[in-house]
Every structure is written in C-alpha cells, then in structure tokens.
Design a protein. Structure first.
Length: 62
C-alpha cells in the first residue's frame, strides 16, 4: 500500500491534542499511568519478560 502524499497536519495536530486531553482526564480520574502506557505500547504485555534475546556481546567477539 502506497503512503498518502497529502497529510493534513492541522487535522493530525487536533487529533493528538484531543488524545492528550482524554489521557489527562483519565489520569485525573485516578486511572493508572501504566494502563495508558500499555494501551499505547507496540509490545504486548510480557514481551520483554518472556522474550528470548540474543546476547550481542557474545557475537561481537566472534
């Protein structure tokens, strides 16, 4: 899919501002910042705890 050549920056800025207002309201109502962070994360819960990662230090010396 080809990206759109025209991006409406005013519309994007308005959407981001509305999102920030919503988050601020949720935080003021006592919602946990961790919940908001989890909603906005590209990584699913447990990704880093359960993931297997290559130890790059062992590869560099080879």
């Amino acid at each position: 899919m080809k990206p759109s050549k025209h991006i409406n920056l005013k519309s994007r800025a308005a959407a981001k501002a509305a999102s920030r207002r919503e988050y601020r309201k949720r935080l003021e109502n006592g919602e946990s910042p961790e919940v908001l962070q989890r909603e906005n994360s590209i990584f699913p819960p447990g990704f880093f705890e359960n993931g297997r990662f290559l130890n790059l230090a062992s590869v560099v010396g080879k």
